[in-house]
Write a new protein. Structure first.
Length: 263
């Protein structure tokens, strides 16, 4: 993570000088089958810390929202805490989704861990801060559909990785795209960046000399792109089914209630 306040026009930044948060994950490699088999069980302590930190970050974000609304930036202490929480939760997500085999440390700072993020503080537009909750809704819907779709078939990814001892390239790229989009959404929600989440379907190809990691750039082939579309469709179908079931349950309760009243 980059510390210190940078000018708005940051070299290598996204559109309009907005630095788009970067996710660095090493290319897919061999994984120990026993850690794949027990991955989520091994991560249970991490999930507990994840939930606690997320709850604390929620209230810190509220404080940061008021500060950013008046000053156009997050206070340094709030920025450091929220960016550290984002880095920690991203490491846990990368491990849980089988992107890496190495166990994530219980630490905010983990410079030697293979999963890293790059967020850079830039000035915030006060109007965008004021409407942040509304502006994030489209990206939040996309992220929710992606994660629901991924979890719907995650057992297939887990089984393939368990058998092969590695996550195949298309599965790795599609999963990394979901994790990166979620990370960028959280960075935007917490006002760590003014850059709206984007590039779900990957980055453009760059010369080999400019490749920094397996996800910088994140280049998706046809199979990975199809998987992302599948995640979205499965997530949409899951939400539709849940809505139908909930609606049907409400109707059933109303019918039973009416029958009781008639008696």
């Amino acid at each position: 993570m980059t510390t210190g306040w940078a000018p708005r026009d940051v070299p290598g930044s996204g559109e309009d000088g907005e630095w788009l948060p970067i996710l660095d994950v090493p290319p897919p490699g061999r994984q120990r089958r026993w850690t794949v088999l027990l991955r989520w069980l091994l991560l249970l302590p991490q999930f507990v810390v994840y939930v606690v930190l997320s709850a604390v970050a929620f209230f810190v974000t509220i404080a940061g929202w008021f500060a950013a609304l008046f000053t156009g930036r997050l206070p340094d202490g709030i920025y450091r805490f929220l960016s550290s929480v984002l880095a920690y939760t991203t490491r846990v997500n990368a491990s849980a989704t089988l992107l890496v085999d190495q166990y994530p440390p219980f630490s905010f700072s983990a410079p030697q861990y293979p999963v890293q993020i790059d967020v850079r503080p830039t000035p915030l537009n006060r109007l965008a801060v004021f409407f942040r909750l509304i502006l994030m809704i489209p990206a939040a819907i996309v992220s929710s559909l992606l994660q629901s779709g991924w979890y719907a078939i995650s057992w297939v990814f887990w089984l393939i990785t368990l058998i092969l001892g590695r996550l195949p390239g298309p599965l790795y790229a599609a999963t990394a795209a979901v994790v990166r989009y979620s990370m960028r959404l959280h960075a935007y929600t917490c006002m760590l960046t003014p850059a709206y989440p984007k590039k779900l379907f990957g980055d453009e190809q760059v010369p080999a000399a400019d490749v920094r990691s397996g996800t910088r750039p994140l280049v998706l082939d046809t199979a990975a792109t199809v998987l992302i579309v599948l995640f979205l469709l499965l997530g949409l179908a899951g939400h539709a089914v849940n809505s139908t079931v909930d609606y049907g349950s409400d109707d059933d309760r109303d019918t039973v209630g009416a029958a009781v009243l008639r008696r």
